[in-house]
Design a protein around this ligand. Structure first.
Ligand SMILES: *[C@@H]1O[C@H](CO)[C@@H](O)[C@H](O)[C@H]1NC(C)=O
Ligand SMILES: *[C@@H]1O[C@H](CO)[C@@H](O)[C@H](O)[C@H]1NC(C)=O
Ligand SMILES: *[C@@H]1O[C@H](CO)[C@@H](O)[C@H](O)[C@H]1NC(C)=O
Ligand SMILES: *[C@@H]1O[C@H](CO)[C@@H](O)[C@H](O)[C@H]1NC(C)=O
Ligand SMILES: *[C@@H]1O[C@H](CO)[C@@H](O)[C@H](O)[C@H]1NC(C)=O
Ligand SMILES: *[C@@H]1O[C@H](CO)[C@@H](O)[C@H](O)[C@H]1NC(C)=O
Ligand SMILES: *[C@@H]1O[C@H](CO)[C@@H](O)[C@H](O)[C@H]1NC(C)=O
Ligand SMILES: *[C@@H]1O[C@H](CO)[C@@H](O)[C@H](O)[C@H]1NC(C)=O
Length: 288
């Protein structure tokens, strides 16, 4: 009789454990869910960054929240006093009085803090459910100064090839450069990243070339407007421009000018291609 009772008592608890196991690991109704990380894609060096990790514990209680960039740099355990512990060089950047179970605030971030950040959340017993989410953050060292446009000359005739450069001061990552002619986008030719030998971090200066044939439609009242747009994420958006004047042909026939400049374009493009290859080879050799 006793043994039967024991057996009956044991059954519910066995079912209960089974239910917990099923609920937590198979159905996942009860425990931690919906973990997400929210960090900026890009920030400027020297700034303070808010990073957050959201989660829904449902009926679970929190055991730990850990933050990693490679190794762990932040740990939050609500049962401990104080609940926050920090580790390493990145841990020293944590503003502890502004950080908690959902948030880590880092001060004075540097370009070498670029990388993948992970947030790991664990529920308490009995489930000890753990979930990890990650996101990438760039810490950009922005170009110190404005872009500059240079063109070969200030007057162009229809049919001639307009050539110029836009130079953006060194930064990391290098700026993206785009061109517009009278507001319309044109392709860059010959975009180069030149390593700045003076920089402590790897700083890259960008030189973007412009190379297009001037047609009559480009000139409004004899003027052509070129803009170089330089962007580093949403953090640096600057432009530089130049206005060219139409040169009306006086002696040579228009057809003659066109033909010779077409040959000029083809020849120059070929030269540029070789130049670009030479620079890339040089850069690759330097990186090794
Ligand atoms: C997860 O969280 C996001 C926003 O935090 C919310 O929009 C979404 O509905 C949540 N999903 C579930 C299953 O709760
Ligand atoms: C970080 O969070 C604090 C408090 O929530 C807020 O005042 C501040 O503007 C945030 N900073 C950034 C860069 O989002
Ligand atoms: C937070 O701590 C920093 C030093 O870690 C201190 O400079 C700052 O005043 C504190 N802020 C608040 C609101 O307590
Ligand atoms: C990042 O660079 C700073 C100097 O800007 C240096 O003090 C720090 O040790 C570097 N950290 C890492 C993880 O390399
Ligand atoms: C553009 O840059 C290249 C490479 O530095 C240089 O050889 C060329 O003369 C420049 N062109 C102009 C118009 O400044
Ligand atoms: C840029 O070049 C590509 C391929 O060479 C071409 O498909 C595209 O139309 C060009 N864009 C402009 C704005 O000229
Ligand atoms: C210049 O650098 C940027 C960012 O590192 C890269 O996306 C781009 O392809 C590089 N351009 C050249 C010509 O190497
Ligand atoms: C440059 O442009 C590409 C394509 O739009 C983008 O993915 C990249 O993040 C940009 N880089 C910078 C430094 O703004």
């Amino acid at each position: 009789m006793r043994s039967v009772t024991r057996y009956r008592e044991a059954r519910p608890s066995l079912f209960a454990s089974l239910f917990v196991v099923l609920a937590v690991f198979v159905i996942g109704v009860r425990g931690l869910r919906n973990v997400s990380i929210d960090i900026p894609l890009a920030v400027a060096a020297g700034t303070t960054v808010n990073m957050s990790c959201r989660y829904d514990l449902q009926s679970d209680t929190l055991y730990t929240v850990k933050w990693y960039k490679g190794p762990e740099f932040f740990r939050y355990i609500p049962k401990e006093m104080p609940p926050i512990r920090v580790f390493g060089e990145l841990g020293a950047k944590v503003l502890q009085n502004r950080s908690d179970a959902h948030r880590v605030v880092l001060k004075d971030v540097q370009p070498n803090h670029t990388g993948k950040y992970r947030c790991e959340v664990s529920g308490d017993s009995p489930s000890f459910n753990t979930m990890v989410v990650s996101a990438y953050m760039y810490v950009a060292s922005l170009p110190k100064g404005d872009p500059q446009v240079r063109v070969e000359k200030s007057r162009y005739a229809v049919g001639e090839t307009v050539r110029g450069n836009c130079t953006v001061p060194a930064g990391n990552p290098p700026a993206n450069v785009t061109w517009t002619v009278n507001g319309e986008p044109v392709n860059s030719s010959l975009v180069l990243n030149i390593t700045d030998k003076l920089g402590v971090n790897q700083q890259l200066m960008t030189i973007a070339g412009l190379d297009f044939e001037a047609v009559q439609e480009h000139f409004n009242n004899g003027k052509l407007h070129i803009i170089c747009h330089a962007n580093v994420f949403h953090l640096y958006k600057k432009q530089a421009d130049v206005i060219l004047t139409e040169e009306r042909p006086r002696l040579a026939s228009v057809l003659g000018t066109r033909e010779s400049s077409y040959i000029g374009v083809a020849a120059k493009r070929f030269e540029d291609w070789f130049f670009l290859n030479a620079v890339i080879t040089l850069l690759l050799c330097n990186f090794r």
